[in-house]
Ligand binder design. Structure first.
Ligand code: PEP
Length: 251
């Protein structure tokens, strides 16, 4: 059966020292509980190695927030999937709307990144989601279908089984405006129906689909109670251990 996952996305926040303090704080709070979900910390690259050493790997995994679309070589400033894997990170967040919008990440680039991540043993947390004008023009289902099919549907069923999806309506990210529980469930059920169509029921049932977009301690319980919402990708509320723990314990 699919896993429940609560994944933090620290984005470009926290110095190394601040990040380690946060990881230690999350780790010590989690040590006293039996979480009903896998916990992931999506840290900046430079934090990964130290955070991996700091947390209890039985309960907490570490994710990178991006990887290069090339395997290795003369690509100044880039970080390859193989490098990330060598740090002990287990996941990599790919296709976040901020990377699509600010760094020109296209469906084709994301396909390359996904393939390299998988070839190097990383589990992609693949983000999809519509902008406000797309929801208002009722094209949000088509947009999400296109994002998934163009970057992921070349994968075999076996390989697709390693993908975690994160539905993040762009209008809800960092805005304090959350999708309603019904809107989240409607889109998650639609995404799962696409997976049934493409890969069959078993793969669809085993795929974790996370919700992201202003998820917090106050709304996590209601969002996670939906049949097709298997956890959250959490930005702002992952930057304080207390807030993040309140989301983890919403399961
Ligand atoms: C995100 O960026 O993945 C995210 C969900 O951010 P926030 O929770 O701050 O909306």
């Amino acid at each position: 059966m699919r896993k429940n996952i609560v994944a933090g996305n620290w984005k470009m926040n926290k110095t190394l020292q601040e990040g380690l303090e946060l990881a230690k704080d999350v780790n010590s709070r989690v040590s006293g509980i039996a979480p009903k979900c896998q916990i992931v910390l999506g840290t900046p690259f430079i934090h990964i190695t130290e955070v991996v050493k700091t947390v209890d790997s039985a309960k907490i995994s570490v994710a990178a927030q991006n990887c290069a679309d090339k395997a290795s070589g003369a690509y100044t400033g880039e970080t390859s999937a193989a490098m990330i894997q060598s740090t002990g990170a287990k996941y990599v967040i790919l296709g976040h709307s901020e990377r699509r919008a600010y760094y020109g990440e296209t469906a084709e680039i994301l396909k390359e990144k996904t393939d390299l991540a998988l070839e190097n043993g990383l589990l992609p947390i693949f983000c999809i989601g519509e902008v406000l004008s797309e929801r208002e023009s009722n094209s949000h289902f088509d947009v999400v279908k296109k994002q998934i099919s163009e970057s992921l549907f070349h994968l075999s069923a076996e390989v697709f089984g390693k993908i975690v999806l994160a539905y993040e309506p762009v209008w809800a990210i960092g805005t304090g405006k959350t999708a309603s529980s019904d809107q989240a469930q409607e889109m998650h059920a639609f995404i799962r129906s696409l997976l049934v169509e493409k890969y069959g029921k078993e793969v669809a049932d085993n795929t974790s689909i996370l919700y992201g977009g202003s998820c917090n301690a106050g709304n996590a319980k209601e969002l996670f109670a939906n049949a097709d919402v298997d956890g959250g990708l959490i930005g702002g509320a992952s930057l304080k251990a207390e807030d993040f723990l309140a989301i983890i314990t919403a399961f």
